[in-house]
Design a protein around this ligand. Structure first.
Ligand code: TYD
Length: 205
């Protein structure tokens, strides 16, 4: 039986990682096999591409190069890790997927949604998540959380307007895909968010 493909989306600092780890435990307690992975990354090749994309010194990178590199990292990830795991009946939980490209490159960089979908359709061979959790948080709050954590990468150092556009993009995308994308208020506590995630899962599977 085919497994499940669940993704988490959100602006920088929206708390995806904690929820991904909690959801993994939830499924494992039920005896399910789970892998967690992330984008850009998840394979040796894709992690190398990630380094190029996020390197703060790569100031010359054009928007279309950026979009293609995210898609290239994703193509390898889908082919080598995600699709085989789903075929083996596993549950794959991924930190970011095509929605991130739609929002960051399509909306915020203004490449256009159609172009991003076209590139990514090739990269993913049409793979769409079964379910996506979008952790909604005002850009300013997310960035403040990040600043306290670690060194910022090439996208995180973008102007606040860029990050505000990312959030508007996510909200619009979630409104257009209400069956697949579940929006959760990321100002709630970790436990409250987790309860909402589990409620959704129980309601569907
Ligand atoms: P990451 O460290 O994964 O950020 P976070 O921990 O906030 O998820 O960095 C990935 C960055 O790349 C993040 O700023 C979002 C951005 N991104 C895109 O612009 N397009 C994409 O397709 C993906 C997957 C990520």
């Amino acid at each position: 039986m085919r497994g499940l493909f669940i993704t988490f989306e959100g602006g920088d600092g929206s708390g995806k990682t904690s929820q991904i780890n909690l959801l993994k435990k939830y499924f494992e307690q039920q005896g399910k096999e789970v892998i967690i992975t992330r984008e850009p990354g998840g394979t040796v090749i894709s992690e190398k591409v990630r380094e190029i994309i996020l390197d703060i010194n790569n100031t010359e990178m054009s928007d279309i190069t950026e979009a293609l590199l995210y898609a290239a990292a994703r193509a390898q990830h889908v082919n080598e890790v995600i699709e085989p795991a789903i075929k083996e009946g596993k549950i794959v939980i991924c930190d970011r997927f095509v929605d991130s490209s739609v929002v960051y490159q399509g909306y915020a960089r203004q490449i256009g949604i159609d172009m991003i979908l076209k590139i990514n359709d090739i990269a993913t061979n049409g793979l769409v998540p079964d379910l996506t959790f979008y952790l909604d948080l005002e850009a300013k709050i997310g960035l403040n959380r990040k600043k306290n954590q670690a060194e910022l990468d090439r996208l995180e150092v973008e102007k606040i307007e860029f990050h505000e556009n990312v959030i508007s993009g996510y909200r619009e995308l979630a409104n257009r895909n209400p069956d697949r994308i579940i929006t959760i208020d990321a100002t709630l506590t970790v436990e409250e968010i987790y309860n909402k995630v589990v409620q959704t899962i129980k309601g569907r599977y």
